[in-house]
Structures are given as C-alpha cells and as structure tokens.
Design a protein around this ligand. Sequence first.
Ligand SMILES: [Zn+2]
Length: 426
Amino acid sequence: MKKTIQLIVILIIAVHCHGQKVDVISSKEVSRIESILASDEMRGRKAGTPDIDKAARFIADEFKKAGLQPMQGSSLLQEFMMFRPKVASIKGEIDDTDLEVQNIIVVTTQKEIKVDEKSGYEIQYILPGENLGAKARTFVRTEKNTVVFVDTSFSKNFGRLVTLKNSLFKMNNNVVFILGNFKPKSFKIKAEHTLEETRFSNVVGMLPGRSRKNEYVVFSGHYDHLGIARQPMDGDSIYNGANDDAAGTTAVIMLANYFKKLGNNERTIVFAAFTAEEIGGFGSQYFSRQLNPAQVVAMFNIEMIGTESKWGKNSAYITGFDKTNMGEILQKNLQGSVFSFYPDPYTKENLFYRSDNATLARLGVPAHTLSTSKMDSEPNYHKVTDEINTLDLNNMAEIIRAIAISSRSIISGMDTPSRVKPENLN
Ligand SMILES: [Zn+2]
C-alpha cells in the first residue's frame, strides 16, 4: 500500500515536473520508427529518386496517425518540381553582329525564349572586381527579366555560370548572361531548352495553436540521405542514414505525437521532414517559400541525435548559439532537469550553415540545429555503416524528451526568441 502511494506521488511529481504526459516518448518508439526509416528497404532515401517516396509515405502516415493537419491543401506531402534546362539551340546578335554561342548563358525554366531590346528586359552589368558568382545569383533571384553583360575580365570563369542551371525552382523570370563589354543599341537572343524535371516532396503537418494561430514553431529534420553506394563496402552498399538524419525525422514524428497528446500549444506547431538536404537543401528552400518567415518564431532543426555527445548522455548542442537568444531560452527551460544543452563546440565545422536551419535563418528566423554528433569522431558519418545498431536508442529518446521540454515556454507563447540578423551571417 505504502509503496503504491509512493509510486503515485512520484508519478504525480514526474507528470508535474514535465508538465505533461511524456509517456509517448520512449526508446521502444524510437526503435520502431528508426528500424523502418533506416531499413535496407528504404534504399538510402535518395532525394529525387522513386526510392525516397516510400519513406515519404511512411512519414505522412505517421503524421496522419498523430493527428496533424496539412499546412495547405489536403495533403501532408508538400510536392514540388525542380528543373534542369539543357540547351537545344542558342543564337544571339548584338548590333547586327553574331555572338559566339559559348558567350551566352540563359537561365530559364521556359522551353523557348526570344529577347530583344524591346522586350522590356532590365539591362545590368557585372563589372571588373565584382564577385561574379554572388552577383549572378542575385540576378537570378530578383525575379526580374534581365540581360546581364559580364565584363571580359571574367572570360575564364564565365562558363561556370552554367551551374546556375543545375537545379532550378520554376522561375517567373529569365536571365540572359552575355560575356562582353557591350552598350548595345540593339540585340537579339533566342534560346531553346529541353527541361529535365524532377519531383520532390517534403512531408509537412501542423497542430494549430489555441490562441496564437499565426505564430509558428517549427520542428524539422531531413529524411533524405545518400542512396546506394557505387562501391560496396564489406558487401554493404546502402547508405541507411540511421543517424543522418533518420534520427532527426524520428524525433519530429515523436514530437508530433507528444504535442498532439499534450493538446495545449498556444502557438501553431509545424512538423517538417525535409527532402534534398544532402543535395543542396532544396526541400527547406521550397518550404521557406510556402509561409511568411516573419511568422516563424522559432525553428528546432534536429540532426544526428543518435549517438552520445562529447559530454555523454542527456546532453546536446545548439548550432549558431550566439545568433539569437533561443539557446539561452532552451537552457533556462532545462534548468532543474537532467538535461544540458551547450553551444556548438565545433564552430570551425560551420554546422550552423550546413543544415536546413540556415535557409530559414537567412530570412531572419531564429533557426538552429540541435545535435549530439561528435563531428571530430563519428566513424559512421556519411558511410554505409550508419546503421541503427550504432545508435544509443535510449539516449536518443531522452534527447527527444529534452527537446520537448526545452521548447516549452516558446510553444506556450511565454518566450519569443530574438531574430537572426541576416546581414551578420556568412
Ligand atoms: Zn544531415
């Protein structure tokens, strides 16, 4: 009898301390989800291949079971296309003189474009001494039809601008780069492309907030990985990516269940499993265009939490700690618990810029990555040996619990992290 009462008291205290029923976060659940996402059947979850669709369907089912709602439309899959235009033919002349074909690079997602001085294109220049790549990218991003004359001092590197065409979202504009120091009276450009199209899907669901519906807290992880190795290693060729980043995806699914069960979020919580992190971060880029970044009050991006951190169990680190006060808020919320979050100790690795949080951070969002990965000694990182049996599933469940607790005052609307200043980013 006494024992039972003690147990009840302990249970009440435990529930009270965590402020909630945290029982949905368990190592059993970690194991269930990880062993599906990191299984050989998922074939390494390479973005842009049919293999990854299986993982996307699984995550969407889990989100649905958890009771999440779509962010837009009726699907938890946030699908988008990426385009790679290949030149079929290209012709150009300036003041009635033909241009050499290799001196024209047209960035477009239209099959055919014809441009002349009457088309209303803005005329721009890249001048000697400017940063060719950076400047060129800004013209592609401005969404304005533009003809850009590139100074001949860039002759050697002009050809590299074709890399701007490797992976494009559907463009509303066309940008024509021409190598040469021209101030033309008249010009004509005609370009035909074939478009290679690739379909991608994020998986995104949300729990609407009780009072602050238009303020979003995002939990994210990327579910894509590296696919299948060309050279098998000890008979294994599948990049299972159990830690990178089935672990983060598992956390996102479990947090969805946790917060749904809790049912008291004042702010809207968005749960996102991103595609294509490993091949350029296109999933988070597309995601960032589907909402107003000013409405995202915090982003918890979760990467590689399957191994113990350099401080041992129950601890993790926060990348870009000094960029906002979000890290301090999380630390405050963990006070009195067994958990510790530290500033990222691997600042030379630039981890803040190496995951999906960076895309949102560049838009001002307090967006950080939480990780336990020992970047100086993770023998399975980006190897076919990144398998579930290398993970500490108990610790991983505890880290997920820690993330939940650390976010508490942000979810409730009590704390609002300071914004990232994009002008201070690299
Ligand atoms: Zn990763």
